[in-house]
Design a protein around this ligand. Structure first.
Ligand code: PMP
Length: 448
């Protein structure tokens, strides 16, 4: 540890120890303490840390060129990564545009949709519907789509205020409907909203197929996905899947959309796409949307670092690793193991109100009463408390203070896709120890 003053800030000052090194699913601080990366950072490090094959491919590219501006040269890493991405995504998604992060990907998707509408003589289409709660990024365009008030409020007067529909948080619904019927109900709410807004003004609908930071691994009823696609088709609304968190294999398919056989019109990728080896993101779109825009004079949008050869070499090496190590298959298999562990945990701790997820994007939610899904007393500060108790014991959890939308404090467990069954057991042992300490400190009941 160093006591040197810090001139750096993020959302807050950073109280955490210095990272020394990371390998596989483990991270080590400068004092030699070991942590299981139970959330792959922020659902980023999908292939684990310090993968030697990826590093070797990056070094080889570094020795050739680390940057080549796209207006001056084409590069093989960017062309090859685009081709590999198209090969790994469902048929129909066949044009790729690179960016350096998730917010940039979401903004790019929306701007492509808008320019496509213009080529179709549909200049009135400018409203982008998203869900509440949701998270789509922190730049102004992406933030306006984000359904999370604490992040929006300071900037609300500076944004248009894009329309929202309720995210299908069906586990909180207190009606007599089946899950199937609830899924359709939420999709119908989208249809109603489009009609209210005037279909000729609605450009796109943006959704996370499995919720991330905002709704904690929320999976909608199966019926929701197909009906949303139908509703968008009915009104010519472009369907954008924000797969920044779910993409690149995290949920046990390359795109989460594949679980429901959906082909969105545009998909946003980042996080696991660069897997922490490079700041990288992409949109993947249907050529039917892209070609008219290029024919009409081009996409009026682009970032300096987009498609840079080093980031793309890293991304390509990551996708090759995902394929060669069958990490998507492993995510599906280990996801089953992890979900059954979480169900077991729910049987042991009655303050766990709900567990959910898809593949290796899973979450558990803490409540004071499971039957009514009453949140914990905010005074308990469950978020900081459990994250810190786990951290002290060597397990990194991802959480946000989310009030409104989901019932209580939810915690994401989303380890790298390389995790083994033995490592899941190791992770769960630390988590149990943390939950026992949490129960002890808060006086919450442990046994159901
Ligand atoms: N979309 C989703 C679904 C995300 O989870 C995130 C990041 N949490 C973003 C967009 C924004 O990505 P970034 O922080 O890389 O801009």
């Amino acid at each position: 540890m160093t006591d040197a003053p810090s001139y750096l800030f993020y959302q807050t000052r950073n109280p955490r120890p210095f990272l020394d090194r990371a390998e596989g699913i483990y991270m080590f601080d400068e004092d030699g303490r070991r942590y299981i990366d139970g959330s792959s950072g922020a659902m980023v490090s999908n292939i684990g840390h310090s993968n030697p094959r990826v590093l070797a491919k990056m070094k080889a590219q570094m020795n050739r060129a680390t940057f080549g501006y796209r207006l001056h040269f084409r590069t093989h890493p960017s062309e090859d990564l685009a081709a590999k991405t198209v090969a790994m995504t469902p048929e129909g998604l066949d044009r790729v545009f690179f960016v350096s992060g998730g917010s940039e990907a979401v903004e790019s998707a929306v701007k492509l949709a808008r320019q496509y509408a213009l080529t179709q003589g549909q200049g009135k289409r400018h409203k982008v519907i998203s869900r509440f709660p949701s998270y789509h990024g922190c730049t102004f365009g992406a933030l306006d789509l984000t359904g999370y008030d604490p992040l929006r409020e300071p900037f609300a007067p500076m944004m248009e205020g894009m329309p929202k529909v309720a995210a299908p948080v069906t586990y909180l619904d207190r009606d007599d409907l089946s899950e199937e019927a609830r899924g359709l109900k939420y999709a119908e709410a989208l249809r109603t909203r489009i009609l209210e807004l005037g279909p000729e003004t609605v450009l796109a609908f943006v959704m996370e197929p499995v919720g991330g930071a905002s709704t904690g691994a929320l999976v909608a009823p199966d019926s929701y996905y197909g009906r949303v696609r139908e509703v968008c088709d009915e009104f010519g609304v472009i369907l954008i899947y924000d797969e920044v968190m779910t993409g690149a294999g995290r949920t046990g398919k390359f795109l989460a959309a594949e679980h429901w056989g959906i082909t969105p019109d545009i998909v946003a990728l980042s996080k696991g796409f660069g897997a922490g080896y490079a700041p990288l993101g992409a949109i993947v779109a249907r050529h039917e949307l892209v070609e008219p825009v290029l024919d009409a004079g081009g996409f009026a949008h682009g970032f300096t670092y987009a498609g840079n050869p080093l980031a793309c070499a890293a991304g390509l090496a990551v996708l090759e690793e995902i394929e060669e190590q069958d990490l998507i298959g492993n995510a599906a298999r280990m996801g089953e193991v992890l979900m059954s562990e979480l169900r077991q945990l729910m049987a042991e701790y009655d303050f766990i109100g709900h567990v959910r997820g898809k593949g290796l994007l899973t979450a558990f939610e803490l409540v004071s009463d499971r039957a009514t899904m009453t949140p914990l007393d905010p005074g308990l500060n469950a978020y900081d408390r459990l994250v810190n108790l786990a951290y002290e014991r060597g397990l990194i959890l991802y959480s946000r203070r989310t009030r409104g939308g989901t019932a209580g404090d939810h915690f994401l467990l989303a380890p790298p896709l390389i995790i083994t069954e033995a490592q899941i057991a190791e992770m769960m042992a630390i988590l149990r120890d943390g939950l026992d300490a949490f129960a002890g400190e808060t006086g919450l009941r442990q046994e159901v």
